[in-house]
Design a protein around this ligand. Structure first.
Ligand SMILES: *Cc1c(COP(=O)(O)O)cnc(C)c1O
Length: 415
């Protein structure tokens, strides 16, 4: 009889095991999560949570979306891996599905496995497309953690431990929203400007339509590429399929990942034919990119978004969520901001204790974005009742009175 079969032994303490064996770069919460459905997750004790972390903005179609689950099951029995030199039916179907929802003009795709890899691809394609190696990125911007992408990530504490291994020399950071700074940084050795349409990690800061449009015009005039990082904002999160639709700006390249395959690791660089054409054959590549399993999950996830018009749900629920957050009477709140279901509440004090209290006292999972901001990135399938639950819990942990009920509730009720 093995230990796990012996009713006398304690159940395995998975938290202790994970803490002991993991690299140590993550500060682990004191729970073990075992199951998820839509915007609800459960821990190993059976406790239920309203999930406004959403896998860091990955679970847009809901945890374990049944259509994604079925697609993964069927594909797993058919074919899991096939390198990209060998064409595959699911990969072709995915590319067709992805290009059908992308802005016109972005019709070439490099497939990879994560957001940071999409940024790496953007960097390499921008260099070969322009013959230049200088980049302009945004203060408070986040582009990922591999050394190439890290050079575009602003937060010094992410870059400094790696010293000269991060190429800080070829990247200038300008204030997000400041056109004069941007204009001054666009010297003729610049390959590309990189920005998020809404800064996520940097505190949930939507870019203004004027800034995004001006950035598009300035870069076009000077033969510089505009790369939009839609890793967090893409796939319905902000109330449109892609956040760039709010301003009508079509970039030369767009990085994608997070929600694209319903939770399965995936990444992509979508770009114009001009950008793609300059990369020599064999100039970039990845083993797992475009694998049939992720492709099948992606076809199902994008299909679900289109059929459910998930961007409309994000827009309606996001407006409702923000209106209710704004109704909380608390002097601790400085500002509620966001776009769609990408929401940040900036406090006048550190947000960490409130995020901790939300989880422990209220069973609501939320994220930090900069020390002062509480960020909500729920699955877009979250119900209005769960939004109410999260808002009321937030009011309680802030010590604010119960927010008044909102009678303007509208839109599709989802489980
Ligand atoms: C999450 C994120 C990344 C990095 O993606 P990973 O999959 O974690 O490598 C890059 N840019 C933005 C805007 C992100 O939100």
């Amino acid at each position: 009889m093995t230990a796990t079969e012996n009713p006398q032994t304690q159940p395995t303490d998975w938290l202790e095991v994970e803490q002991r064996l993991d690299s140590g770069v993550y500060s682990k919460h004191q729970v073990v999560m075992v199951r998820g459905k839509n915007a609800t997750v459960w821990d190993s004790t059976g406790r239920e949570y309203i999930d406004c972390v959403g896998g860091y903005g990955v679970a847009n179609v809901g945890h374990s979306n049944p259509e994604v689950v079925r697609a993964i099951q069927e594909q797993a029995e058919q074919l899991i891996v096939m390198p990209q030199t060998l064409p595959n039916d699911k990969r072709a179907e995915f590319l067709q599905e992805l290009v059908s929802v992308l802005p016109d003009g972005l019709n070439r795709v490099f497939l990879c496995n994560s957001g940071t890899e999409a940024m790496e691809a953007a960097k390499k394609f921008a260099i070969t497309a322009t013959g230049r190696t200088r980049f302009v990125s945004m203060k408070r911007g986040f582009s990922g953690r591999t050394l190439g992408a890290l050079a575009f990530t602003w937060e010094p504490k992410y870059r400094e431990p790696f010293g000269a291994a991060v190429d800080n020399e070829h990247v200038s950071f300008v204030s997000y929203g400041n056109l004069d700074e941007l204009r001054a940084a666009l010297t003729d050795d610049v390959a590309a400007v990189i920005m998020e349409p809404v800064q996520g990690e940097g505190g949930v800061r939507p870019g203004t339509v004027e800034f995004l449009q001006a950035a598009r015009e300035l870069t076009r005039e000077r033969g510089i590429l505009l790369i939009l990082d839609e890793i967090q904002t893409g796939f319905c999160r902000t109330g449109k399929m892609f956040a760039c639709e709010h301003s009508g700006v079509v970039p030369d390249a767009m990085t994608l990942a997070k929600a694209m395959a319903g939770g399965v690791p995936i990444g992509a660089l979508a770009m114009t034919r001009d950008v793609a054409d300059k990369m020599p054959a064999g100039g970039h590549g990845t083993t797992f990119g475009g694998n049939p399993l992720a492709m099948a999950a992606g076809v199902a996830a994008i299909g679900f978004m289109k059929r459910e018009r998930l961007w409309e749900q994000a827009q309606q629920k996001g407006e409702y969520f923000m209106r209710r957050l704004r109704s909380i009477q608390s002097s601790k709140i400085r500002e509620v901001r966001g776009l769609g279901l990408m929401i940040g509440v900036e406090l006048k004090e550190k947000s960490a204790p409130y995020i901790h209290a939300l989880e422990h006292e209220e069973g609501v999972l939320a994220l930090q974005a900069t020390p002062l901001v509480v960020r909500f990135l729920p699955p877009l399938t979250i119900s209005y009742e769960q939004i109410d639950g999260a808002v009321e819990a937030f009011a309680r942990v802030l010590g604010a009175p119960h927010p008044e009920a909102d009678t303007l509730k509208e839109g599709i009720q989802t489980e």
